[in-house]
Design a protein around this ligand. Structure first.
Ligand SMILES: C[S@@+](CC[C@H](N)C(=O)[O-])C[C@H]1O[C@@H](n2cnc3c(N)ncnc32)[C@H](O)[C@@H]1O
Length: 306
C-alpha cells in the first residue's frame, strides 16, 4: 500500500488498493486521512483525555524514538498517534462519508452494542443486527435493530447476499474462525458495484491477543474485570485467526475490488492500569511502528468495496 503525498492528503484523496497493486504492496502505510496539525492533535488528545508528546525532527532515529516513548510514558504522555489512530478517528470520517439516508446496513457481530446507535443513523436506514448469539442481540437497547439474523458469519446466509449498502463489523472478526471465509461471506452481502465494508479488529500479534491465547478464559475474564472494569459478560473467547496485515491483504485480494487496510499501533491502552508495564510496551511498540512492522499492529481498520 502506498503513502499519500502532501498534495493528495490536502485534496482529501485516499490511498486505496486495486487488484493490480495488491501483488506488489511493500510500503508501510500510515492512515491516509489528512494528518492533523499540532493544534488539532492536542485538541484530539484532550478530547480523549490523554496527553501526547510531539516528535522532535532532530531526534528522529528509530532508537531515539524508542527511548523517548518509554521516557514520556513515565510522564504520562503517549506518542502522538494515540490522538489520531484511535478506534474512532480513522473510522469516523469513513463512516461519515458512507452514511446517507435510506441505507441498508448490516452490523456483523453486533451483539449488545450496535456499532451505529439508532439515534445517530440517517433517516430511513434499515439496520440489521447479525450475531451468532441471539441473547447478545436481545441485550441491545430497544430499537437498535430493524431486523436480526442469528447465525455464524462463517456460514453463507443466502438471503443476505447482495442486500447491503454498508456492512460494518466492530471488534468481532477476532472472535471468528476461519476469518477468510467470514470476510468473503461479508463481501457477498455487499451490494454489487458499490457496497462498502468497514471493519475494525484486534491484531493477532498484539500483546493483548497473545495474552488472551495463553491465559485461560476464566482468568482472562476476571483480569479484565479487575484491571479494566469490564463486565465478565462483555469478554468473549477470541481466535485472532488471520488478523494481521499480510493475511488481511491476501483475503482482501480475493474478496474485494478495492481495499485499504490501516494498521493501528495503539495497544498501550491495555496498559492503562500500570505505568510500569506501559513504558517498556510503548518502547517496543515504537520500535514496531517506526520500523513499519505492520503485522504487529494492535488493531486494523479494513475499508473495502466490492
Ligand atoms: C466483542 S463482541 C463485540 C460486540 C459489538 N460489536 C461491540 O462492539 O460491542 C463480539 C461479538 O461477536 C459475536 N460473534 C462471535 N463469533 C461469531 C460468529 N461466528 N458469527 C457471528 N457473530 C459472532 C459475539 O457473539 C459477540 O456479540
Amino acid at each position: 500500500m502506498r503513502n499519500l503525498d502532501q498534495d493528495e492528503r490536502r485534496s482529501g484523496k485516499r490511498a486505496t488498493l486495486t487488484w493490480g497493486e495488491l501483488s506488489d504492496v511493500k510500503e508501510f502505510s500510515l492512515p491516509s486521512y489528512d494528518p492533523p496539525d499540532d493544534t488539532d492533535l492536542h485538541a484530539l488528545a484532550t478530547e480523549l483525555g490523554i496527553r501526547i508528546w510531539m516528535p522532535d525532527p532532530r531526534r528522529a532515529r528509530r532508537w531515539q524514538r524508542v527511548i523517548r516513548s518509554a521516557c514520556e510514558s513515565t510522564r504520562d504522555r503517549l506518542p502522538p498517534r494515540y490522538a489520531t489512530d484511535t478506534s474512532l478517528v480513522p473510522f469516523r470520517p469513513r463512516l461519515a462519508e458512507a452514511l446517507r439516508p435510506g441505507l441498508r446496513i448490516l452490523d456483523v457481530g453486533a451483539g449488545a452494542r450496535p456499532m451505529l446507535p439508532a439515534e445517530v443513523r440517517p433517516k430511513e436506514c434499515t439496520y440489521v443486527g447479525f450475531d451468532v448469539d441471539g441473547d447478545e442481540l436481545l441485550k441491545a437497547p430497544a430499537g437498535s435493530y430493524d431486523d436480526v439474523v442469528v447465525g455464524d458469519v462463517c456460514e453463507l446466509q443466502a438471503d443476505l447476499v447482495g442486500r447491503f449498502d454498508l456492512v460494518v463489523s466492530w471488534l468481532a472478526m477476532e472472535h471468528v474462525k476461519p476469518v477468510p471465509v467470514a470476510l468473503h461471506n461479508l463481501s457477498r452481502y455487499q451490494r454489487p458495484g458499490g457496497g462498502r465494508f468497514l471493519g475494525y479488529l484486534s491484531g493477532t500479534f498484539s500483546v493483548h491477543a497473545l495474552l488472551n491465547r495463553i491465559v485461560p478464559h476464566g482468568i482472562a475474564k476476571a483480569a479484565m474485570q479487575r484491571l479494566h472494569a469490564r463486565r465478565p459478560d462483555t469478554v468473549f473467547r477470541a481466535h485472532y485467526d488471520c488478523c494481521w496485515y499480510d493475511a488481511l491483504e491476501a483475503i482482501a485480494a480475493r474478496s474485494w475490488a478495492r481495499a485499504e487496510i490501516v494498521p493501528l499501533f495503539t495497544g498501550g491502552w491495555y496498559f492503562r492500569f500500570s505505568p510500569l508495564l506501559r513504558a517498556p510496551f510503548l518502547a517496543y511498540e515504537e520500535w514496531a511502528y517506526a520500523g513499519g512492522h505492520r503485522n504487529l499492529a494492535a488493531y486494523y481498520l479494513l475499508d473495502a468495496v466490492v
